[in-house]
Write a protein that binds this ligand. Structure first.
Ligand code: AMP
Ligand code: MG
Length: 497
């Protein structure tokens, strides 16, 4: 087979069948504008899996047409670039109008999982830039790129990342940094804050236009509900609750769960100062700017619910009756708890449910908390446990300072496993399929970033390939599963990006 046949059906950059459906909304929803070009763009990283979603040939990566398009230097035919307006609550306080201050929506492209919007991030000033410069630094762009693709591979709803394109432009943060433009993809980037924007202005007509757009495009079945806007609230609430259950189960902390960073489709969006739990501490705060710990690990479920209340408040004029809004919100707690319970059972390799399981699970969390055990390695090594042979416990047991406390818990766990006649080999496989070995630890991202800042992009590609298969044993990549080195204690991530 020759090369043209191999790429049959795949698009080149210029032939991407792009349109902009969001632009069919009235002009009040956005400002049409062009990205600000960057000089001498170069490829930092690109995801073949993301490209596949839009039928783009990965052979395009690094070609001039690709670089120009995803640097924001050249507009693809059919694209209608625009920045969307939204508002939101930041750290629990109403912040008023925000909007795409450094993001530009290019349009949407059909693909294997439905239409995907393509959005540039860091592509220059917009009317919503406020005090910002419209740019993003290479550091945060690489973090968003790797984490989006890592989360997708973990099976967690997320926006995707097609590419990061670098430039030698300097962007001022605490220090001068290299700038970059990331291209993200999602069915939509409409946020809770997009609705709060119109509700806060008493603009019911626009509010309804936006809600109708979301219902018609993403949830057509909700049209048949007695109150489609109540159904939309319930759907967004359920998805948000389930998303956060998935975050908790994998130890993901978003870091900035402001209402303007909450997707109406319940996917993870707007990666910034996120983190993965390492030494377990339920109070862990991954975002250095979050002094009060509003977005700490243990707060995420409550904050998710708080955000759904803010969405309910915004949708109230359409829903009509406050009791109907409240009843839609009621799904949050059971949706979150049931999903998390299912996920924790799976993480522990339990096939059945038992009324005493909550004790076993609570004691497990107390043990992790007291020992600051590495969250990822704990579950991964626990999969190796043998019901009848404690002699093989060393890998998981050695993660605990208080080994006797682990032994006591493991005894209960074994009793529970015996009760459902758990078979070691079967359970091991099931557990390894849900407990990742590889997650995007801050130190791994940092290593890739530092190399990329010196124009060596090999570690970005390497890390992407490791994180694309998080559940697989990758003997040659064992070190990517290691505990963080001492220098990682000094790492801080903040809202500055
Ligand atoms: P974030 O905390 O990244 O979700 O951003 C909150 C708001 O600030 C959004 O409206 C962003 O578009 C805007 N913003 C963040 N950084 C910048 C920047 N460097 N330039 C312009 N706007 C920004
Ligand atoms: Mg944001």
């Amino acid at each position: 087979m020759n090369a043209p046949e191999l790429s049959f059906g795949l698009h080149r950059t210029e032939t991407l069948p792009i349109e902009n459906s969001f632009a069919s909304l009235p002009p009040a929803f956005y400002t049409r504008l062009l990205p600000t070009p960057i000089s001498a763009p170069y490829l930092v990283g690109a995801s073949a899996r993301a490209a596949e979603l839009i039928g783009l040939d990965p052979a395009e990566f690094g070609k001039t047409a690709f670089l120009e398009a995803f640097a924001g230097n050249r507009i693809l035919p059919g694209s209608i670039p625009l920045a969307a307006v939204y508002s939101g609550h930041q750290f629990g306080v109403w912040a008023g109008q925000l909007g795409d201050g450094r993001a530009i929506l290019l349009g949407d492209v059909p693909g294997t999982c439905g239409r995907m919007e393509l959005q540039l991030k860091g592509s220059g000033l917009t009317p919503y830039s406020r005090m910002g410069d419209g740019r993003a630094v290479l550091r945060s762009s690489i973090r968003e790129f790797l984490c989006s693709e890592a989360m997708a591979a973990l099976g967690i709803p997320t926006s995707r990342a097609l590419s990061v394109v670098g430039s030698d432009m300097t962007v001022m943060r605490e220090t001068p940094e290299t700038g970059a433009v990331a291209t993200r993809m999602a069915p939509t980037f409409i946020r809770f804050g997009s609705f709060e924007h119109w509700a806060s202005r008493d603009r019911k007509e626009e509010l309804q236009t936006l809600a109708d757009y979301v219902i018609d495009r993403f949830h057509p079945a909700l049209r048949a509900a007695p109150n489609p806007y109540q159904a939309l609230l319930q759907e967004a609430t359920r998805r948000t609750a389930e998303l956060i259950a998935q975050w908790q189960a994998v130890g993901f902390m978003h870091g900035v769960m402001n209402t303007d960073n909450m997707s109406i489709l319940g996917m993870t969006i707007d990666y910034g100062p996120f983190g993965f739990m390492e030494a377990f501490d339920a109070r862990h705060i991954c975002n250095h700017s979050d002094q009060q710990g509003r977005y700490a690990y243990q707060m995420q479920p409550k904050i998710g619910q708080w955000n759904c209340f803010a969405l309910a408040q915004a949708l109230l004029p359409l829903i009509g009756d406050i009791d109907d809004a409240h009843s839609a919100l009621e799904i949050y707690k059971p949706a979150f708890e049931n999903r998390l319970d299912d996920l924790l059972h799976a993480k522990l390799g339990l096939r059945s449910k038992d009324p005493d399981d909550s004790t076993l699970i609570n004691e497990m969390f107390s043990l992790l908390q007291a020992n600051h055990t590495d969250f990822t390695l704990f579950f991964r090594h626990l999969g190796e446990l043998k019901v009848d042979d404690p002699a093989g416990d060393a890998p998981v047991r050695d993660l605990f300072i208080d080994r006797l406390a682990f032994d006591a818990w493991a005894k209960q766990y074994r009793t529970r496993l015996r009760r459902e006649n758990s078979i070691d080999a079967v359970r091991r496989m099931a557990m390894h399929a849900v407990n990742p070995k590889y997650v995007l630890r801050n130190y791994l991202a940092q290593t890739a970033i530092e190399k990329a800042q010196n124009k060596d992009f090999s570690e970005v590609a390497k890390l992407l390939s490791v994180l694309e298969n998080p559940f697989e044993e990758q003997p040659e990549n064992e070190k990517y599963a290691d505990l963080p080195p001492d220098w990682a204690n000094e790492l801080e991530v903040s809202c500055s990006s």
